[in-house]
Design a protein around this ligand. Structure first.
Ligand code: PEP
Ligand code: MN
Length: 367
């Protein structure tokens, strides 16, 4: 897949790329004033939703086409670039006609391959860069598929936006980040520019700094942050928007990391530490192999005595001791428990196999 680096998109974005602006364009005056304050802190690419996909009707659904003319005025006044969301072929044609600089496909649209295909067809031959937001459900293939559809019509300025995933579970975030999905996307499409949208992940302005810092630590290419002159009174997503001043302070406090260091010893020291980790991993694997051998002996022994593989009391006791060990060793208890469950599951499956299949017992001590 041919994907151009952000720097050659011709819209002034380069790593760490920052796009900021209101969730929605509300009035021409709001758009101009917000843009001016954002530009004053050195950001030159503004976002604004003009067609808003809302979960339920009768909420503010965006001002629509009228805002395209406001954007043209604001661009003329301030010289910034503008990004908007498109959800239908008509939106694409209107955006291109009005010289919108970047378009993005929203999370709800990405879930629907028919919609994405129609948007892609409308993009054929166009030069406008496109960001594809992750689908609302945690499905990497759907996200990749949408990017492929856009690529297949010849668009090469393609990026991805991670905005989190809906969950039936109530969490402190509006959308679960599930960081491994965007990281897997990066692994599959090495060079795709990836932005984080901490506003829609967090759903609350208090989470934006921490989420942005994580994204920078994970080597994202940039951030898209909802910014409004008066967040509390915003017509959509009021809780998660920040003022331009807050944005400035967030961006100044983030620590930006680099892919490598200029320190001459850096590679040597890192290589030594990696050798140590390789060694420990090898030991870990050997220990697991050793554990599996014992598990097999136990499986045989249970089989000879016609005893069930799973035993509730033993499981209870294991859960208590393993949690205690994790605590004593200063390890994250949830993580250790998840890891242990995986190991235990594999052991159960192994014993299940031994119980119900002819098994070579000749070299087994428990025979
Ligand atoms: C938005 O960016 O305003 C938006 C509607 O986002 P999402 O598609 O991620 O919900
Ligand atoms: Mn929004």
């Amino acid at each position: 897949m041919k994907i151009e680096p952000l720097e050659s998109w011709g819209v002034g974005l380069k790593k760490p790329a920052i796009i900021a602006g209101p969730c929605s364009a509300e009035t021409e005056e709001q758009l101009l004033e917000t843009t001016r304050s954002i530009k004053a802190i050195g950001i030159n690419v503004i976002r604004a939703g003009i067609w808003k996909p809302r979960t339920r009707p009768n909420n503010f659904e965006g001002v629509g086409e009228e805002a395209l003319r406001w954007i043209q005025h604001v661009k003329k006044e301030t010289g910034v670039k503008f990004a908007i969301e498109v959800a239908t072929p008509k939106h694409v044609y209107e955006a291109i006609k009005h010289n919108i600089d970047i378009i993005w496909i929203g999370a709800r649209s990405t879930t629907n391959p028919f919609t994405v295909q129609e948007i892609a067809e409308a993009m054929r031959g166009a030069e406008t860069p496109v960001f594809v937001k992750n689908p609302i459900n945690p499905d990497l293939a759907l996200w990749l598929g949408a990017i492929e559809r856009i690529s297949n019509v010849g668009v090469t300025k393609i990026g991805a936006i991670h905005r989190g995933f809906s969950s039936f579970k109530q969490t402190r975030y509006r959308n679960l980040p599930v960081w491994q999905i965007p990281l897997e996307l990066k692994r599959k499409l090495g060079n795709i520019p990836l932005l984080c949208d901490p506003s829609h992940i967090g759903g609350n302005r208090d989470f934006i700094f921490d989420l942005s810092q994580i994204a920078m630590d994970l080597d994202y290419d940039g951030l898209i942050i909802e910014t409004h002159r008066d967040p509390e009174n915003a017509w959509s997503d009021a809780a998660q928007q920040v003022t331009p001043e807050m944005l400035d302070s967030i961006l100044k406090n983030i620590k930006y990391r680099y892919p490598t260091s200029k320190d001459k010893d850096f590679i040597t020291v890192l290589t030594e530490l990696r050798d140590e980790v390789d060694h420990v991993d090898r030991e870990l694997f050997e220990i697991i192999a050793q554990r599996m051998e014992i598990v097999e002996k136990m499986g045989l022994y249970k089989k000879h005595n016609n005893v069930t593989v799973f035993q509730k009391n033993r499981w209870q006791e294991m859960s208590e001791t393993r949690s205690k060990w994790a605590r004593e060793l200063g390890l994250d208890q949830d993580f250790m428990w998840d890891l242990f469950k995986l190991i235990h599951d594999a052991s159960i499956r192994r014993q299940e196999f031994i119980m119900n299949n002819p098994y070579d017992e000749s070299n087994d001590a428990a025979k």
